[in-house]
Design a protein around this ligand. Sequence first.
Ligand code: GLY
Length: 372
Amino acid sequence: MDIGIIGGGIAGQSAAFRLAAANHKVTIYDPSPATGASLAAAGMLAPASEVNFSEVPLLRLMQHSNDLWPDFVRQIESVSGVSIGLRMDGTLILGYEPNDARDLERLAEFQRELGIEVTRLTHRQVKELEPELGGPFPFAAMISTDNQLDNRQLMHSLEVALDQLGVKIVHKSVSSLALKGGNYEIVLDDHPTPRHDIVLLAAGSQVGSITGLPTAISGAIRPVKGQIIRVQAQSNTLLNRVVRSKTYGKTLYMVPRTSGEIVIGATQEEVGFDTTAKVRPIAEMLTNAALLLPGLGEADFKEQLVRFRPGSIDNAPIVGQYCNSNLFLCLGHFRHGILLSAALSKYVAESIQSGKQPSEIEGFGAARLEAN
Ligand code: GLY
């Protein structure tokens, strides 16, 4: 089949990889691939620590995707020859003061009820794993199934792999979709309309800017602002694994890379496409990070980014065929773009090839939109 993909972030590129590896002809449309949420992401593969109290089916999908990642990494790396930086060091969860500890204990109880292993640690055990952390922490636990990859290495590896597989990248915005003879067609400004058998919409938070889409789709995705920071530590032993914490009620994560870079994040704000970087959340994140990891004060400030998570009507992904048409969706990854992409790329590719909704994404189909 000839497949046109709108969006060159992780959703579009991972689906392109699966489809091109299965010998389909694939074209991606994106004026600036991998510069949105995929660039800002921290790369956490964290189904357990990102779980919310009411989202158990989503947790199961996230856990399944987490299980698929090591093999997906091998597949991409074997085509590209470029490392993705998958690390299986687990995630340390810390509560800074007694109220934080109480919240995290409640969450740990819920996680255990769902079969997640949350191992409490003593202060001594924390110091053995992470000598540079401050503390003591009234709550400390390890979740060994939550890990990380380097999202920027991933996107570079995918770019090289897609090139090897013959995927064409068109650096243009798709201004609209036209419905002709029951089929959706991509429309580019000042350009002949390309013909594709299938159109896959994977445009992240930008879906609303494409005209001609059914309003059920364009209205289903909202931008959720995140501010995220990158600092460069003097050594890569300042932090050895992902740390997630609650400090005076504020959540924080720190994700160390082998280069010594530490990604610190992130705010979550429902303010539309407001691209301004605000001092208060950045100051708060850095202050809390330095409370946990005092040596962070000596790191170099590298970068702050504002980007937008694609949140859906129910904060769960929307994946599969739209109304028996040639339009397929891979949308609404919200906080879990990197994590979910191993599974969503696999199952959206399967649904394109079979015309059926795979059972693994049964509850996450576009029928939720059709009903609205
Ligand atoms: N998954 C981390 C975030 O969205 O900030």
